[in-house]
Design a protein around this ligand. Structure first.
Ligand code: FA5
Ligand code: MG
Length: 459
């Protein structure tokens, strides 16, 4: 970082990430120092960190079926726009590509926004792997998205990607009940057996059967293949969910927690992803709300062809699961910033393979400040200062000392037509008390940066 600081003071247009230097360009680059600092944390690899413990738990459960999944956990976060978007068939104008949502390093490189960025590569890697009818992979990694600031949002979180494919063999052509079909049936039975062993029953609500028109199947798969593949996908994800939540429920029963659920309720809903069809999301009912856990679907043939498979050679599924929110509820971590804490009082509470409840070590009072401003007159469109741009300014100045940022007021002056916004910034440290003077300094810096970068007029 010393070297990097030297570069930035000399205004050499480079950034260094994971030991590699990348050219920046003023039109595109929006990755910041505070984000770059997080690129070598690899929390998912720490075996005594909540995210690492959860990753390990899920990997073990999935591979307990028949050890099909090859594991890839060391991909670095810088990827190309090709890998993150084009390889998956994202249209050129997809909102996911926008600078307001994605951290770009330059025109061609960015911080991956999802683990799907490595799907193509992993499909290639497992292609000539074995003669097995069934193969697959799991990828866990940190992913980056420009977003709001509050207790459940952080610009970096973790995902696990999973995929399974079955090979249609030559001998299968024209046969009524081909070998791989029988294999998929057997694979479904295996997952179901494990599901039935879980101690709390899982209730599944699925109104995505039969397939709706807005979530169509692909031409190259038969109705039977779609049916079997999606059954295997859904049961496999339900197995993950019931493993994780059963562990939690068992410990709640042991601790006689009064909000212990008696059953585990999940539901399937239709979804859309450019590289799967049909596509779904699973949600779990937890403490009064539906929690979105995972997106998934049957892999589009285009992706498999790009990875070098022959037409109609394979069929299969993929999913992408968010780890942080599950880790937070599993370990009872009240603020997502804690996952990034380097405080011993946090880290010593967790150990490999154990699900334990986090005991808050202190609660330091927060202190809020409002920033109110008029948007520049010649730019009446509020997207000129995207909300995520404001979040980045605050993050860069105050880092993890900011707990949340909320829009508390916005109005347009009836005569002049000028627009005014007011945001409330809550400053609060997880480790110590902040002084008023310290908070004022941070707030002053935020205000002047906002004026300088976006020519707003403070009110
Ligand atoms: C994806 O990222 C797709 N790549 C998932 C996928 C993979 C679909 C393979 C099909 C096939 P999505 O943006 O919905 O989808 O994110 C997936 C999961 O990541 C969500 O269900 C959620 O659990 C988690 N997630 C998304 N955004 C956040 C966030 N800001 N903070 C924490 N977790 C998040
Ligand atoms: Mg989603």
């Amino acid at each position: 970082t010393g070297l990097y600081r030297l570069y930035s003071t000399l205004k050499v247009p480079h950034v260094e990430i994971n030991g590699i230097k990348y050219k920046t360009d003023p039109q595109t680059t929006n990755v910041t120092d505070s984000i770059i600092k997080l690129t070598d944390r690899s929390l998912h690899l720490k075996e005594s960190h909540p995210v690492g413990i959860l990753r390990d738990l899920i990997e073990k459960k999935l591979n307990s079926v028949d050890n099909t999944f090859k594991i890839f956990n060391n991909f670095k976060p810088v990827v190309t726009t090709m890998e993150n978007f084009d390889s998956l068939g994202f249209p050129k104008d997809h909102p996911g590509r926008s600078k307001s949502d994605t951290y770009y390093i330059n025109e061609t490189h960015l911080l991956r926004t999802h683990t799907s960025a490595h799907e193509l590569e992993c499909f290639q890697k497992i292609r000539n792997d074995s003669d097995n009818i069934k193969s697959g992979f799991l990828i866990s990694a940190d992913v980056y998205r420009r977003d709001e600031i509050d207790k459940t949002h952080y610009p970096v979180f973790h995902q696990m990607e999973g995929a399974t494919i079955w090979k249609r063999t030559k001998a299968d052509v024209g046969v009524k009940e081909p070998m791989y079909i029988e294999k998929i049936r057997e694979d479904i039975r295996q997952v179901e057996n494990l599901l039935n062993k879980e101690n709390v029953k899982i209730t599944v609500d699925d109104d995505t059967i039969p397939l709706k028109e807005n979530n169509p199947k692909q031409e190259y798969m038969s109705d039977l293949e779609v049916d079997l593949c999606s059954q295997h996908l859904k049961r496999s994800i339900e197995l993950i969910v019931s493993e994780v939540f059963n562990k939690k429920i068992s410990s709640m029963i042991k601790n006689k927690a009064n909000n212990t659920p008696k059953e585990l309720k999940v539901r399937w809903i239709n979804a859309y992803f450019p590289w799967t069809a049909p596509s779904w999301e699973i949600e779990v009912w937890w403490q009064g709300e539906w929690l979105e856990l995972c997106g998934c679907g049957l892999i589009r043939q285009d992706v498999l062809l790009r990875a070098g498979y022959k037409p109609s050679e394979t069929i299969g599924w993929a999913f992408g699961l968010g780890l942080d929110r599950i880790a937070m509820l599993l370990f009872e971590i009240p603020d997502i910033r804690l996952l990034w804490s380097r405080d011993e009082r946090f880290s010593r509470q967790f150990s490999k393979g154990l699900i334990t409840s986090f005991k808050p070590y202190s609660k330091h009072p927060g202190s809020f400040r409002d920033v109110a401003f008029w948007l520049p007159e010649d730019k009446p469109d509020i997207h000129q200062v995207h909300e995520n741009d404001l979040m980045e300014i605050i993050r860069n100045i105050a880092g993890d000392l900011v707990e949340s940022v909320k829009l508390v007021d916005s109005f347009t002056h009836p005569k002049t037509g000028r627009k005014s916004m007011c945001y409330r910034i809550n400053y609060q440290s997880m480790d110590r008390n902040l002084t008023n003077a310290e908070v004022n300094t941070l707030q002053d810096m935020v205000c002047s940066k906002l004026v300088k970068e976006y020519s707003v007029e403070l009110r």
